[in-house]
Design a protein around this ligand. Structure first.
Ligand code: PEP
Ligand code: CO
Length: 452
């Protein structure tokens, strides 16, 4: 008997969640099938990390962003690591995002939708399958969910049991995020006090006036008797790249309220630049889940590609369903983005446009580090706002790689990190991240752009 013939009347037929299995899937680990089957069986018994209803709430928030009534801030590590999931590390990342969000909320005069590249961002697409050091070639590091960074054959083997560790580390991370953001840590006045500390640094004098304005706004709210208790907790959503199909499939569950499938590994999942083939497995699987989803669009994307992705991923044109995360590069955005935005807008589709000013701006420094220039990051965001302003469309948000610590991975910023400084604290196992100061600086600069 087929799965659909037993369904109650009125409940939609189960979509073909396994159709992706017969489609080409790039960037997948080479697993031992028997070991994967065991892991898959175990993953399917584990509870959801998020609730379907929370994904629906996020979709309504994203719909507000698409309409210009909210602004999205999505940020976190390029690659989370199991070792990096410490209380201090998680707290610092959440704090950084909350601090940025206060500045952006004030400048945009709209709510900011806060989303971590957190609690699941453990897998990476790679441009090369292997890495060679001193004549030794081993499989490339693909994120802690797949293999270990250490350069030995054992460490670099693809081990499906790591998917279980990814799940449990995501659960622990999300638990702490929920505690931080609802247990008083996110109090608006507290978060603003941290920002005042940042602006009081002479290197950041340029931002002091704005910090003072926010100060006055908070005093004004207090004088008016604003309910600060209500501001002690914030909504914070989880997100990651939906790269590893066995993991995402095992965590795709049918919601008992609606009978519809949700990927309960995170509130929001996105398809990367390397895995967004229209007839590929990633697009197929995510086309069948109800979550709000994103797709990265690089500089070679044609308007027809974008329109076809909309037809595949958002055929019903559901508000808030689809986000296009553009990552063109500072030198390309002003040329590459207008045609995409124009054609998508002319088609009547309403997507959220967000700007990832990181992945189109990666360079190798003279000393050999994979890095980015802070000025290029800012310039791409500036170009993003210029394009949307010129077209009368909505610049809906930002997608950034950041961390809460004092790392030295990106050149420039008020702290003037130079090539010689990169070696001091370069900790990323993958792409370079804005450090805490650079993240706040970005927020203050974007605040200036938001105010025009
Ligand atoms: C990423 O977000 O870390 C990433 C790999 O991005 P992209 O797919 O845009 O290259
Ligand atoms: Co990255």
């Amino acid at each position: 008997m087929s799965a659909t013939s037993t369904q109650a009347p009125g409940v939609p037929a189960l979509p073909q969640l396994d159709a992706y299995r017969s489609l080409p899937a790039v960037q997948q680990p080479a697993y031992d099938e028997a070991a994967l089957a065991e892991v898959d069986a175990e993953l399917r018994t584990l509870p959801p990390l998020v609730f379907a209803g929370e994904c629906d709430i996020l979709r309504t928030r994203m719909a507000e962003a698409a309409a210009g009534r909210a602004f999205v801030l999505q940020g976190g590590d390029c690659a989370e690591t199991f070792g990096g999931a410490t209380a201090d590390g998680i707290r610092a990342r959440v704090r950084t995002i909350l601090q940025m969000a206060v500045v952006l909320t004030y400048a945009a005069s709209t709510p900011v939708v806060k989303m971590g590249r957190m609690a699941g961002q453990f897998a990476k697409p790679r441009s090369s399958d292997s890495e060679t050091r001193d004549g030794v070639t081993l499989p490339a590091y693909r994120g802690d969910a797949v293999n270990d960074f250490a350069f030995t054959p054992e460490a670099r083997a693809h081990d499906p049991r790591r998917l279980l560790k990814a799940y449990h580390t995501s659960a622990a991370t999300l638990n702490l995020i929920r505690a931080f953001t609802t247990g008083g840590e996110a109090d608006l006045r507290q978060v603003h006090t941290w920002n005042r500390g940042f602006a009081a640094n002479p290197a950041n004098a340029r931002y002091e006036a704005l910090a003072l304005e926010i100060d006055r706004a908070i005093s004004f709210m207090a004088a008016c008797g604003a309910d600060f208790d209500a501001l002690r907790s914030v909504e914070f959503f989880s997100s990651h790249e939906a790269l590893l199909l066995p993991y995402e499939r095992a965590l795709t569950r049918i919601d008992s309220r609606t009978g519809l499938p949700y990927d309960v590994s995170a509130h929001f999942v996105w398809i990367g630049e390397r895995t967004r083939q229209l007839d590929g497995a990633h697009v197929d699987l995510l086309s069948r889940v109800q979550n709000p989803i994103g797709v990265k669009l690089g500089p070679t994307t044609t308007p027809d590609d974008a329109l076809a992705l909309i037809d595949r991923l958002d055929p019903a044109r559901t508000p808030g369903r689809l986000t296009f995360i553009t990552r063109m590069g500072a030198g390309r955005i002003r040329d590459a983005l207008p045609a995409l935005v124009e054609k998508v807008t002319a088609s009547g589709a309403q997507v959220v446009w967000t700007c990832d000013p990181m992945h189109g701006n990666t360079i190798t420094s003279p000393s050999g580090y994979k890095t980015r220039r802070f000025d290029d990051v800012i310039d791409e965001v500036r170009g993003f706002f210029e394009v949307h302003r010129a077209l009368g469309t909505v610049p809906g948000g930002l997608h950034v790689e950041l961390t809460g610590g004092d790392v030295t991975e990106i050149l420039g910023g008020a702290g003037r990190i130079e090539d010689v400084d990169l070696a001091t604290r370069y900790e990323s196992l993958c792409d370079p991240r804005l450090n805490h100061q650079q993240s706040l600086e970005l927020a203050f600069l974007v605040a200036e752009m938001l105010r025009g």
